[in-house]
Design a protein around this ligand. Structure first.
Ligand SMILES: [Fe+2]
Ligand SMILES: [Fe+2]
Length: 182
């Protein structure tokens, strides 16, 4: 189940970035101004990586395991797929708001703070659903044959859109963001 390990590692990385964003949220609540360029870049990174790698893998995995005869799993899968759409929407709202701030448009800081808080809550709730409920259920319910089918269907590393080079670029960006935002 290498795919689960990969997704889990993504979650660990995401969690670190969310923790940094949470410290920026605290600054905002104290009335301090964070570096909005970096804040926007971090949310853009989270959304971009999810669109390019993380959610396509998860969506494909959920497709493979849906209707496996476990209603609890089906329910979690449906919720998860909907949350992916919601997460995308919320990240775009933050990115848009950051753009407005950077272009000197009037953005009330309490509204922006609330938006960021909602975004972080949604992200954490989604991580908890996957790590706490969905992944354990998949390990329990999924058959060897289903895992083999999934692994065979996953995009290959030499796929230019999904390849190692692209992924390395994302990893470099991730490392830079973590370093610069501290
Ligand atoms: Fe997800
Ligand atoms: Fe995930």
């Amino acid at each position: 189940m290498t795919v689960l390990n990969d997704l889990h590692q993504d979650h660990v990385n995401l969690n670190k970035l969310l923790a940094v964003l949470d410290s920026k949220l605290e600054e905002l609540k104290q009335g301090e101004m964070p570096n909005f360029v970096l804040l926007g870049d971090a949310v853009d990174y989270i959304s971009g990586y999810a669109d390019a790698y993380h959610h396509p893998l998860e969506d494909q995995m959920y497709e493979t395991f849906k209707a496996s005869g476990c209603p609890e799993l089906d329910e979690a899968i449906i919720r998860c797929i909907n949350e992916h759409k919601q997460l995308k929407q919320s990240s775009h709202e933050i990115i848009e708001a950051v753009d407005c701030i950077l272009n000197d448009a009037v953005v009330p800081m309490d509204q922006f703070t609330a938006k960021l808080e909602r975004f972080l809550d949604e992200q954490i709730e989604h991580l908890n659903l996957e790590e706490g409920t969905l992944f354990p259920l998949l390990e329990e319910v999924g058959t060897e044959a289903q895992w083999r089918i999934l692994e065979a269907d996953l995009p290959k590393v030499d796929d230019p859109l999904f390849g190692e080079k692209q992924k390395q670029r994302y990893m470099d960006l991730y490392t830079e963001l973590l370093r610069d935002m501290r």
